[in-house]
Write a protein that binds this ligand. Structure first.
Ligand code: REX
Length: 415
């Protein structure tokens, strides 16, 4: 991994830490110096202070659900708040560490979208052009546009559904594999289309593997080079890299533990793998600090031209919940306090990630658990967002359990 230093691992067992640092460490180059002084929701209302106890409670519940470790980093620009629980390595007992590197899974899709939107700004790609214009003969349906890929509306089957039908055998079959993009697309197109292009939201890794191929075709450079020159270097993300198909995470790393399908079976250390099955749909490595900085820079308007960021933020429901939406390579979640947050989630064997920010990019939150294939752990980890963005929730008034005597009653009792 380039430019990444090995700073060693802090030995610690299961612990909770709270770190509040003052200073602009979390601010991206060129960041607004006022950043952090009036964190806003993008809806005009001020954002409540984060609730460290609520974050810590959600992390503890993530451990109770089966994750070896979990962590959250909240970045308000001038202050950061970090909470960890459990271990980053079950063999050494090293504590979870918010400086640690992990596999971010589909948060990679937001990186790929930023590169693509910069190419749109440069006039190199038309989002409404058929993919056929850039990659002739690659997709089975010439009606599929670039925007259909970015919004998961292409109708292309997600090949990972077949790959991971059986979780651990599926993973072991691909952990050392190096796929060509053509092989992954062929796996997808062996299935009939799932919908007419443009009509239906259906999450599919295939879409973002094609986006990676398109980036490489249009720029003549690898996606790794494009992530570096357009995002990693300008934002000085020192813990972020695309090392595909290398299998290891260098430096201070969080080990990942995949949960088998069989109840009670031991977790499988899944840290080392090529992630070739995901590539530009999911193979980036990063740290909580780097992801917070990335999301703040994106929503703060420092990576993508304002009108194109608006296009990324045009959302349609991603499920029937009424609170989860997808735009272009970007999710929106409406929290219970009414605040919408923007970012992405990630699942790659051994790691769950949430990385979200406010509409103005002034508060970013990244939460990670070092397990996967454990829906409860993933859902509970998501509760960290509520505590980090909504703060302490007003509790219902306690029911009256005893009547305290009024002074007149005490006086009459004394008589
Ligand atoms: C693959 C299965 C999950 C993992 C996947 N990950 O498609 C992409 C991603 C890259 O991050 N998507 C998520 C495995 C949904 C996102 O956008 O948030 N599951 C696991 C199985 C299930 O093998 N049988 O949980 O590690």
């Amino acid at each position: 991994m380039r430019r990444i230093s090995n700073r060693g691992v802090t030995a610690a067992t299961a612990l909770l830490t709270l770190v509040v640092t003052a200073g602009p460490a979390g601010a991206a180059p060129g960041a607004d110096p006022r950043r952090g002084t009036s964190v806003g929701t993008g809806t005009g209302a001020p954002l409540p202070a984060p609730d460290p106890d609520g974050v810590g409670d959600a992390l503890k519940r993530t451990l109770a659900a089966g994750a070896p470790g979990a962590m959250t980093r909240v970045d308000d620009g001038r202050t950061t708040l970090s909470r960890t629980a459990g271990v980053s390595d079950t063999a050494t007992g090293a504590g979870m560490d918010t400086d640690g590197r992990f596999r971010i899974g589909s948060v990679t899709k937001t990186f790929s979208t930023v590169v693509l939107m910069q190419l749109v700004a440069e006039g190199a790609v038309d989002p409404d052009a058929p993919v056929e214009r850039y990659l002739p003969g690659v997709l089975p349906d010439t009606r599929i546009t670039v925007r259909h890929l970015l919004s998961h509306r292409s109708g292309l089957w997600d090949y990972s559904n077949d790959m991971f039908a059986r979780t651990v055998p599926g993973f072991e079959a691909v952990r050392d594999r190096v796929f060509t993009v053509r092989e992954l697309i062929d796996l997808a197109t062996a299935h009939p289309a799932t919908a007419v292009p443009g009509t239906t939201y259906q999450y599919s890794n295939t879409n973002f593997v094609v986006i990676g191929a398109l980036i490489e075709k249009v720029t003549g450079r690898t996606v790794r080079e494009e992530y570096e020159r357009r995002i990693i270097d300008p934002l000085d993300l020192r813990n972020t890299a695309y090392v595909h198909p290398e299998t290891s995470i260098s430096g201070k790393r969080i080990r990942g533990y995949l949960t088998p399908d069989e109840a009670g079976a031991p977790l499988v250390d899944s840290t080392e793998q090529t992630v070739s099955w995901a590539q530009s749909a999911g193979a980036v490595i990063s740290s909580p600090g780097d992801l917070d900085r990335f999301m703040s820079a994106l929503l703060g308007g420092r990576l993508v031209r304002a009108d194109l960021l608006e296009r990324m933020l045009e959302m349609t429901p991603s499920d029937g919940s009424g609170v989860r939406f997808y735009g272009l390579g970007l999710r929106r979640r409406d929290l219970s306090c009414g605040i919408p947050v923007y970012g992405h989630t990630g699942t790659v064997q051994g790691y769950y990630t949430y990385s979200f920010t406010t509409r103005d990019g002034r508060r970013s939150v990244t939460s990670v658990a070092n397990t996967s294939n454990n829906g409860t752990a993933n859902t509970v980890l998501g509760d960290t967002l509520e505590a980090a963005f909504c703060g302490k929730r007003a509790t219902a008034p306690r029911a009256l359990t005893a009547r305290a005597p009024l002074p007149e009653e005490e006086a009459s009792a004394a008589r």
